[in-house]
Ligand binder design. Structure first.
Ligand code: PAF
Length: 279
């Protein structure tokens, strides 16, 4: 059984004890419904720090009213087991009232890095993420924090916040864990019907195709993006929010010579998948 705390006071007490013993602390923030991608973060955290805290909190402020907060997958028993066998030392599972006390007013917002891509389609998202992640950092005071590269813009946003606010925390990005057919692991994959699951790997293929086209100089990026969109629609995707070649760090539109990251978000029925690929 994984040791679990639900309050800021209990989390702080345990982390303070560890710090007194000169133990380094890593945090792995999650929203639960854990899979092997999360376990990669936990295991990497265990290699880099003496103690690993995982948090599970389905953060309401990063969901818009029409989004899937109420249906977001929740698998607490299995999550606890996975964390225990993968070397996590402590699970922090706060309630909503703990994270957002009555009368909560403060929100952390960033500008350029959160403006494009997810920022266009989910305008509330990054303020919710930045606020909750900063709160977790202030509560646990970790030395390191681990995030998946699947949410590339989220990872860039957190790095930017840590730089801007002079937080003394190493942010470590961990490569996306994929299913054998290439689909990026995600808690939201649980929403896919068997037919949609069979179509889903096309998103990675579309991103790979764009990376390949750009790197080979074969097509202008716009043409390559349009071809990839057409391919996704032909393969059964219902809508595409964006397929966007970007500067890997700033997320500005990619220009010749920039480090390349192609980010994508697309819908299979009511399920929205995101993914990204680098050169
Ligand atoms: O990536 C997630 O699971 C969430 O956005 C995070 C970082 C745990 C914040 O709620």
């Amino acid at each position: 059984m994984i040791e679990t705390v639900h309050t800021v006071q209990d989390l702080r007490a345990i982390c303070a004890l560890w710090r007194q013993e000169a133990q380094t602390i890593a945090i792995v923030p999650t929203m639960g419904a854990l899979h092997e991608g999360h376990m990669d973060l936990v295991r990497a955290a265990g290699q880099r720090a003496d103690k690993v805290v995982a948090s599970i909190f389905v953060n309401p402020t990063q969901f818009a009213a029409h989004e899937d907060l109420s249906t977001y997958p929740r698998t607490p028993a299995r999550d606890g087991e996975l964390l225990a066998v993968n070397g996590c030392d402590l699970l922090y599972a706060p309630t909503e009232a703990t994270m957002y006390r009555y009368g909560h007013q403060t929100s952390v917002s960033l500008s350029n890095i959160t403006a494009p891509l997810e920022g266009v389609f989910r305008p509330h998202f990054f303020a919710g993420v930045a606020t909750v992640v900063l709160k977790l950092f202030l509560q646990a005071k970790p030395d390191l924090a681990f995030f998946g590269e699947k949410d590339w813009q989220q990872l860039r946003t957190i790095r930017q916040m840590v730089t801007d606010l002079d937080l003394d925390i190493d942010i470590i990005g961990i490569e996306t864990r994929r299913e054998v057919d290439g689909l990026a692991m995600s808690s939201r994959n649980a929403y896919l019907t068997p037919d949609q699951r069979a179509m889903a790997p096309a998103l990675k293929q579309a991103l790979d195709q764009i990376v390949e086209d750009i790197m080979s100089g074969g097509h202008a990026p716009d043409i390559s993006v349009e071809a990839a969109k057409a391919m996704l629609l032909a393969r059964g995707f219902s809508a595409i929010d964006y397929l966007a070649p970007c500067h890997a760090d700033t997320l500005a539109p990619w220009q010749d010579g920039d480090p390349l990251r192609v980010l994508g978000a697309a819908w299979l029925g009511k399920t929205r998948l995101i993914d990204n690929r680098g050169a």
